[in-house]
Design a protein around this ligand. Sequence first.
Ligand SMILES: C[S@@+](CC[C@H](N)C(=O)[O-])C[C@H]1O[C@@H](n2cnc3c(N)ncnc32)[C@H](O)[C@@H]1O
Length: 242
Amino acid sequence: MSDGLYDEHPELYDAVQSDWDYDRDVAFVTDRLARHGADGDRLLEVGCGTGEHARRFAERGFAVTAIDKHGPMLDRAREKCERRSPDDRDLDVDFREAALPEPDLGGTYDAIVAIRGVINHLPPAALSPALDALRDRLADGGLLVFDNSPLPPGGNRPGLDTGTVGGERYARVSRHVPVEGGRLDWRSVTFAPGGEVFTDRRRMTPFADDEIAAALDRAGFAVRTADGYGPGDDRTVFVALG
Ligand SMILES: C[S@@+](CC[C@H](N)C(=O)[O-])C[C@H]1O[C@@H](n2cnc3c(N)ncnc32)[C@H](O)[C@@H]1O
C-alpha cells in the first residue's frame, strides 16, 4: 500500500477537496451539540487531515485535540492554523499523530468527531475496538459524530479529477477495486504539478449502516442518524450519545 497523497502531497489533498463545505459540517456538529444541551468545550477530532474542521472548531471557541495517522497531513494543518489565526488570535488546537483503533490519548472530551470517511479507512475487525476506544474518551453525556461514506461495495470504473494548485494543473485517475474481506483497494495515478507522477493504493471498507449501528449499540451508545451533514451530502451521519 502507498499513501502518496497523505504522506507526500497534503497540498494536493487540499486542492482535490477544495469544493468541500467544511463550514456546513462544523455547523452540523455545533447544532447537534446545542440540541443535546452540551456545554463543555473539549473536542477531539479523529482523522483531522489538513485541519480545516479543527481550525473552524477552534475559531468557535472549542479546545481542540486533533489527531491523524499521517504526520505530513498534521504538518500542513499546523502550518495553516498558524497562518490563518484571525486577528493573530492563538487558536487552541493540539495536533497529534495518533490513530484508531488505539489512539493512545489520555483525558476525556465533550465531543468527538471523525468527519468524511475516516471510519472507512479501518478494516472491519477494527470498527468495534475503535468505537470502544472513542467511548472511553467521551465524557459522560458527550456526543460522538462521524459518517459512513457511501463507497461502492462492488467497485467502480476509473474516474477523473482535475484542478489547479498554485496555478498549475493536476490530474488524477482513480477507482475502487473489490478485494478479499469485503474491502476495496483504492488505486489512483496522479499527475502532480511540476511533472511528478505518483500512485496511491489504500484499503477502504464499505461498511453497511446497520453494521455501524450494531457496533455503536454494542459499545453502549444511543444513536441517531442523519442523511448527510446537509443538503446534497450522500453520507450517513451517526450522532451517538455517550
Ligand atoms: C478523507 S480524509 C478526511 C480528513 C478530514 N477529516 C477532512 O474532512 O478533510 C481521511 C483522514 O483520515 C486519516 N486516517 C486514516 N486512517 C486513520 C486512522 N486509523 N486513525 C486516524 N486517522 C486516520 C487520514 O490520514 C486522512 O487524513
